[in-house]
Design a binder for this molecule. Structure first.
Ligand code: LMR
Length: 329
């Protein structure tokens, strides 16, 4: 009798505990398009490391850099269908799904990366993390890269110098409209193709923060770089809403806590990573670097004012005003 009771008890305990002990860990495939040595690349690896340390056996993060699993053209579809569980695209690539996110691409709107960071902490920007939910995506955090610098086959000092230049842009109508307004020809193209397009002369210019410039060796095919910080490359860390909501509450909370930690590190270190990348580009001596002066900045700002006005209704006056206010603290 005791034996039978013990056997039954053992069977019951096994039935309760065995699945959780033996279950495979939940896999989070995190794909991105840049190198490991960029703010986003490092952030993805730090997330992987912290999850390994704290949630071993329960969650496993796999990182796929350099468009090695999916690239710009198919990553959102991959997130929708469950081929990947996490992405951190530039918000420029999400503009088509959420018009207010265009605010981040408006040229000469933010004065500095600090202003962008302040805006990201304000309610208007926090709300935009939820703006993709109707498409099945949940925004988890903003990660920063850095100021976009304009590189080209020729020296660009004033807006008029852009005339006729073919420039690669991300899949953002605002970015395209910026170059169109100034007489250039924007060409939307996935990130993985940029170096080759510049090398072969398919396009003559591009816009990238220093870390991406260096990571893709863009300086080796662009003799001129204008350090103009005309906008700031911002990422939204996104996941599939159904996947995220299907996670056990405690696990999700632990992942959110880890992501908060990682986000702080990414946004703390982004500027230094870009400064280091800039030093390396300078040391490589491949390109003439022109630093835009405050007076030149005012000329460019005046030239793009009509664009800001044109996009105000799509972005929303409230969002635009909140972004402008972040320049003033
Ligand atoms: C680009 O396409 O230029 C960037 O969004 C790439 C990236 O992820 O930094």
């Amino acid at each position: 009798m005791t034996k039978t009771l013990l056997a039954t008890l053992a069977a019951v305990l096994l039935a309760i505990f065995a699945p959780s002990v033996l279950a495979d860990p939940i896999v989070i495939k995190f794909a991105h398009v840049v190198t490991d040595d960029t703010p986003k690349g490092r952030g993805a690896l730090l997330f992987q490391k912290l999850v390994e340390e704290r949630l071993a056996g329960k969650v496993k993060v796999e990182v796929y850099p350099n468009s090695s699993l999916v690239g710009d053209a198919n990553e959102l579809e991959a997130l929708r269908t469950g081929k990947v569980q996490m992405l951190a695209p530039s918000v420029s690539k999400l503009n088509a799904l959420s018009k207010p996110l265009q605010v981040y691409d408006l040229p000469y709107l933010f004065d500095s990366l600090e202003a962008v960071k302040r805006f990201q902490h304000r309610d208007k920007s926090r709300e935009l993390l939820g703006s993709l939910v109707t498409h099945g995506f949940t925004g988890l955090a903003y990660w920063n890269n850095g100021g976009r610098q304009l590189s080209a086959t020729r020296d660009i000092r004033s807006p008029a110098d852009l005339k006729g230049l073919t420039v690669r842009v991300e899949s953002s109508d605002v970015l395209a409209a910026y170059y169109q307004l100034l007489g250039a020809q924007p060409v939307k193209m996935p990130f993985a193709q940029v170096y080759e397009a510049l090398r072969t002369g398919k396009v003559q210019g591009a816009e990238n923060p220093w870390s991406n410039l260096l990571g893709q060796k863009i300086n080796t095919v662009q003799p001129y770089i204008v350090e103009d910080n005309h906008s700031f490359l911002t990422y939204m860390l996104i996941t599939n809403t159904s996947f995220w909501n299907s996670l056990p509450f405690e696990l999700r909370s632990e992942l959110e806590a880890i992501l908060d930690e990682v986000t702080q590190v990414v946004n703390r270190d982004a500027e230094a990573i870009n400064a280091k990348a800039r030093e390396r580009v300078v040391a490589a001596n491949t390109s003439k670097i022109l630093v835009q002066t405050p007076a030149e900045r005012e000329v460019w700002r005046a030239a793009v004012a009509p664009l800001i006005k044109r996009y105000e209704s799509e972005v929303g006056s409230d969002v635009l005003r909140a972004a402008e206010a972040a320049n003033r603290r």
